[in-house]
Design a protein around this ligand. Sequence first.
Ligand code: NIG
Length: 386
Amino acid sequence: MASTVITGIGELPTQDDELGTLTGAAIVLDGDRVAWVGPESQAPEGDERVDVEGRAVLPGWVDSHTHLVFAGDRTAEFAARMNGEPYRAGGIAVTVEATRAATDEDLAETVRRHVDEAAAQGTTCVETKTGYGLTVADELRAARVAAGVADEVTFLGAHLVPPGEDADDYVDLVCGDMLDAVAPHVRWCDVFCESGAFDEDQSRRVLLAAKKRGLGLRVHGNQLGSGPGIRLAVETEAASVDHCTYLEQSDVDALAGSETVATLLPACDLSTRQPLPDARRLLDAGATVALASNCNPGSSYTSSMAYCVTTAVLQMRMTVDEAVRAATWGGARALRRETGDGAVGVVRPGARADLHVLDAPSSSWLAYRPGVPLTHAVWRSGRTVA
Ligand code: NIG
């Protein structure tokens, strides 16, 4: 692959602690890596030169929470919710039925379509989950399908107790045969720890069984009410606890004293008519915050990370810099991919060549011009995708 020198950059929030936010910088991409970052006047020659004419360049968005292995449609459930019906975890069963009936090709096409849709909006790294199969064969199939398309795959067999099954028997299955089958194909295990899904003891069993098999941990916690999810995530040293919509002081303290990232999913809270999470309280306490889309057909059918950033700034009292960092470096940190060779969510030599050029001079336009498409160009692993 040829090397590319990118010049004319208006603002470059690298998300690298030493480089900081640069102006008058240039970036050199070589193959699928960032080769050089520095003042434009000192930029080395490359095979080609691209002048972005004063536009801001960001690391590509890192969407660390999606559920893309699905079939079917829940428009009617969404419409009912907008007419006052509450969101219920049980809606997951509707997608499970449709997903089990779909072909492997249909499922792979759906994941690919949404990953491409996200890439066209600046998302260059995507995590996705199983969780709409809920049998050994269907969860294994979902993991294999996802592994062929997404950057990171998470096993979420503990998404819902399949209707008609006994909860403890199902947890036995998840902790035994299901994990045995799926673990070789995934890096992460997640559990929906919430009333209506899995209680604290059941969730702990799943997480510890996954840890024993060498998987990293993630938790869906405190989405629909206060509960044990956040504390359990911290106790089990999960990389991330996602949602965090309902926070007790003890949850904030636990997160602030831990390595567990609080991943906030504002598009989901809006689509389910929940309150927005108190990002300010988490940040002020010293917790690490990520923003993700939670793209799925039930609770959050958007792939737009820009929408999440805009919402975080306009409605969650995050600064633009905090929100952009949470949607890039924060997502990478939630996936433990913010350092080392091929790091994502950051622009520094050695990082993956993932860039998002905004049709704007600064990232503040993401909130200043809400709802306006601002993606000018995207590089993912050194290739232009938009
Ligand atoms: O993160 N909370 C659990 N899982 C998804 C919702 C999935 C669905 O409703 O289909 C979420 O919101």
